[in-house]
Design a protein around this ligand. Structure first.
Ligand code: ASP
Length: 530
């Protein structure tokens, strides 16, 4: 009952009629009639969960295709062609990220009262921080229990990866870069470049020829490829708040961003139907491409297991547990609702690329209002990375064990804190977390070269890591929705505004919902005739 009230409130808060509980499990609405035959019931459940079924089928078929093609030992060129449909999915999702993030944050920030915005943002940050710290702790505990680096004795050697190891960087420079990126000097270049400190050796003391020439390492700013999404997020929020401050004058621009956002979401609903095919070929392509899996597992299997089990504990028990304790709703129904997005995260290894589908899923299937999802999810996809923090902690302890370095209490706390901070700095792209792992290793004085080992298996670990990263964001959005609902039920003033839709735009539909609605209308018609 309580769940139904919440759903209905969410419907009202969305200002949309398309939120439909049936989408979650397809079970409720026909209970009343009791006249539905088994085949009709199965049909309806299949229809309601069509996208999830297609996605699961995509993954399974992808594995089969991958294994079959692998047998034929294809050439590198052929492997690239096999991965092409998957590459298209990633391109489509990437294409949509900038308009989606910017428009949804501008219109989200402009449509919520600044006080409520602060409160929402504050709660979200608190949730993100606590869950990331828990994830880091799980990582450290798992690594101490499983001891992935202790048994091998000698360091495993994986050839050919050393050149991919990021150049070492002072910790202070890593944090300064994070802050610099929050304030991009050029918004246009922030769409494809971010700031990173490099170093130049400069000779000093040249005035006195008798003295030894000393060389100083001077930090220099460089622009590297990769979207500065943190900068865009911060700019969009602040710009939205500024627009709201303008009052009537800002109205037109707010409407512009609102409709831009709506149109982008329509594109997302179309891309969603391509996701199962894309995921199928991403999985197939990866299986065909894998090299020396046996060797990797033999030398680094414990590390991989440690990360994946840690991700599973956090994703299947801890986050759902927190959600259940706070909302008293079934967290697994929530997870089912976002299944397609989780599968996309698994296939693409990118939180940013998963963002569009995640928004669509939480809004349409889990009853999260647009105002919340479109405000919180882009922020979450940028700063909240439970999976990354967890695997970075495992990796740090693993590397310490490989180097026979025992870690004291202070070093463990340092790992927890720096992993939480460096996960904020990690980009939502494949292997984003490995790049910031160097910060943790530097902080506790471990060799950064050992990152090459982590890189060797990152293509596996990164998948479960990204699933966990996006799952944490989705639960954050679900909890905020609960918080808003509860506050307004208790007569709370400020957050009421979050529930009031600012534009009366027509809801965007996904073909699935429209078909399902039409079918339900027909069904109801039949019943009323009878
Ligand atoms: N691939 C992850 C993500 O996109 C980041 C990471 O490597 O940890 O969320």
């Amino acid at each position: 009952m309580a769940e139904r009230i919440d759903m209905e409130e969410a419907k009202a808060s969305n200002g949309e009629a398309h939120l439909d509980e049936n989408m979650v499990n397809g079970l409720d609405s026909h209970k009343k009639s009791g006249s539905e035959s088994l085949s009709e019931r199965v049909k309806r459940i299949v229809k309601a969960n069509m996208l999830v079924i297609l996605t699961v089928a995509g993954v399974i078929i992808g594995v089969i295709i991958g294994l079959a093609v692998r047998e034929a030992s294809p050439t590198r060129v052929q492997i690239i062609y096999i991965g092409f449909p998957g590459e298209l999915l990633i391109r489509l999702l990437k294409m949509i990220i900038i308009p989606l993030v910017v428009c949804s944050l501008v219109s989200g920030a402009a449509s919520i009262d600044p006080k409520a915005l602060g409160k929402l943002g504050g709660w979200a940050m608190l949730f993100f921080l606590i869950t990331t710290l828990i994830a880091s702790s799980i990582g450290v505990i798992m690594a101490f229990i499983i001891k992935p680096g202790a048994v091998t004795g000698t360091k495993p050697i994986i050839a050919g990866l050393d050149e991919n190891v990021p150049p070492p960087k002072e910790i202070i420079d890593s944090f300064l870069d994070l802050i610099r990126n929050i304030f991009p000097s050029n918004l246009v270049s922030a769409a494809f470049q971010s700031y990173a400190t490099g170093y130049k050796l400069v000779k000093i003391n040249i005035t006195d020829p008798s003295s030894n020439i000393t060389v100083e390492k001077v930090p220099i700013g460089t622009d590297q490829d990769g979207m500065n999404i943190l900068g865009l997020v911060v700019f969009a929020i602040v710009f939205g708040v500024a627009l709201r401050k303008l009052g009537d004058e800002g109205e037109i621009l707010i409407k512009f961003f609102n409709s831009f956002n709506e149109a982008t979401m329509v594109l997302v609903s179309w891309i969603m139907w391509y996701a199962p095919i894309g995921i199928m070929f991403l999985v197939a392509g990866k299986i065909v491409e894998m090299e020396n899996v046996g060797e990797l597992f033999a030398s680094l299997g414990k590390y991989i297991a440690c990360c994946i089990v840690g991700h599973a504990i956090h994703g299947a028990l801890v986050l759902p547990g927190i959600y259940f304790i706070i909302t008293r709703k079934n967290p697994y129904t929530f997870l089912w609702g976002i299944f397609t997005a989780l599968a996309t995260a698994f296939g693409t290894s990118s939180s940013s690329a998963t963002l569009p589908l995640m928004m669509k899923c939480v809004e349409e299937k889990n009853g999260v209002s647009k105002h919340i999802s479109r405000f919180i999810l882009p922020i979450g996809a940028t700063v909240n990375m439970d999976g990354a923090a967890l695997f970075q902690c495992v990796a740090a302890v693993f590397i310490a064990q490989l180097n026979d370095t025992s870690l004291n209490f202070i070093q463990i706390i340092t790992i927890l804190v720096t992993a939480t901070a460096s996960s904020v700095g990690a980009a939502g792209i494949p292997a984003g977390g490995v790049l910031t792992l160097a910060i943790i290793l530097e902080a506790i004085g471990l060799p950064t070269n050992d990152i090459s080992l982590i890189l060797a298996v990152d293509w596996i670990v990164d998948r479960t890591c990204t699933v966990l990263n996006v799952e944490g964001d989705a639960f954050g959005a679900g909890l905020l929705q609960h918080f808003v609902d509860r506050t307004s039920k208790n007569g709370g003033e400020e957050l009421n505004e979050v529930k009031v839709g600012q534009t009366e735009s027509a809801p965007e539909h996904s073909p699935l919902i429209e078909k399902q609605k039409a079918a339900e209308a027909r069904h109801n018609e039949k019943e009323s005739v009878m």
